[in-house]
Design a protein around this ligand. Structure first.
Ligand SMILES: Cc1cc2nc3c(=O)[nH]c(=O)nc-3n(C[C@H](O)[C@H](O)[C@H](O)COP(=O)(O)OP(=O)(O)OC[C@H]3O[C@@H](n4cnc5c(N)ncnc54)[C@H](O)[C@@H]3O)c2cc1C
Length: 305
């Protein structure tokens, strides 16, 4: 069994930032990634809001820059899926590609993914009209008509955010009451260019190469209506990749790992960074910042052992 000082699980922005800080800080560290470096950002064609990267680099370019930066500090990256993760104060062990590892500290950076709408045509339009991130992609729909689907804080905030950029926003929700905070709901009801499409579900997505219309159906009357929109922002929830830590760490009601401001979880020596934790903003900039804090604190923790 190989013994590490710090093991980082997940090679998205949080994991790579943690790796840069840990390797540069002289830790005996390895990063484990099951697919490719960059995580979710490789799914987006432009990242316009990561400070310092002007011109909106594509997701691959930003992922490659993060990976290159980590390799400058000789961060070892092992490609393979982490399994059998056991996390206690005394022992932190896991398996990758059949090899067993132990570490004094573990930084969990497995990220999250958007909950999908579940429509059969959805995948066809991802990146071609269907988006899961208004903050990321809203600007591409400036001046156009779009729809948002969902009824929580994210959906209502997304509708308000898009109302500032787009000509017309339809907010589609399957109930007649929103789960979002009352202040947000008040604001969205007052927004002149937001139409609430309530008690409605999305039953059709259409378009040639790109999405051009969304069909909604009233769940009581069964009446259908076609909304001509170039974008559909799906905000029906986000699913954290916490399957490995279920029952081992404190999670919040959404299933995200609970951390303190040092990214420390409920088990000493186990840190979590980025989209997988209970953070108010899930973006590259916050994931990188979390990774930096987690690595700094993990180095401190290992040094005190
Ligand atoms: C379509 C889209 C567009 C976006 N656009 C923007 C944008 O423009 N600007 C912005 O700031 N943010 C954007 N985001 C959000 C941003 O991508 C995330 O906030 C960020 O990637 C989170 O980083 P992370 O490292 O926490 O997690 P992730 O990026 O999710 O990375 C987690 C990594 O962990 C790996 N992993 C998971 N489980 C295991 C395991 N068991 N073993 C090994 N590896 C594992 C995964 O393969 C993945 O590479 C976008 C997201 C999406 C989906």
């Amino acid at each position: 069994m190989e013994k590490l000082g710090i093991a980082i699980i997940g090679g998205g922005p949080a994991g790579l930032a943690a790796g840069i800080y840990a390797a540069r800080g002289g830790a005996k560290v390895k990063l484990f990634e099951e697919l490719f470096p960059g995580g979710q950002i490789v799914k987006t064609h432009r990242v316009e809001n990561y400070p310092g990267f002007t011109g909106g680099p594509d997701g691959y370019a930003l992922a490659a820059a993060l990976e290159k930066h980590a390799s400058e500090f000789e961060l070892p990256v092992i490609y393979g899926s982490v399994t059998d993760l056991k996390l206690t104060e005394k022992e932190k062990t896991f398996t990758v590609n059949g090899e067993e590892y132990a570490a004094d500290a573990v930084i969990l950076c497995m990220g999250a993914g958007p909950r999908k709408l579940g429509h059969p045509e959805e995948d066809k339009f991802v990146g071609a009209g269907v988006s899961y991130c208004a903050t990321c992609d809203g600007n591409f729909y400036r001046g156009r008509d779009v729809a948002v689907v969902g009824g929580g804080d994210t959906a209502v905030s997304d509708a308000l955010y898009l109302a500032g950029l787009c000509r017309q926003v339809y907010l589609i929700h399957r109930r007649d009451q929103f789960r979002a905070a009352a202040t947000l709901v008040d604001r969205v009801k007052r927004a002149e260019n937001v139409e609430l499409v309530l008690d409605a579900t999305v039953v059709g997505l259409s378009g040639e190469d790109r999405l051009s219309a969304v069909t909604v159906e009233n769940k009581f009357t069964k009446e259908q209506r076609e909304l001509s929109v170039g974008g559909l922002f799906v905000a029906v929830g986000i699913l954290p990749r916490t399957e490995l830590v279920q029952g081992q760490l404190d999670l919040d009601e959404g299933g995200f790992i609970v951390t303190d401001k040092y990214m420390q979880t409920s088990v000493p020596g186990v840190f979590a960074a980025g989209d997988i934790r209970n953070t108010p903003l899930r973006q590259v900039v916050t994931a990188c910042a979390d990774g930096a804090v987690a690595a700094t604190k993990a180095i401190e923790y290992v040094g005190m052992k």
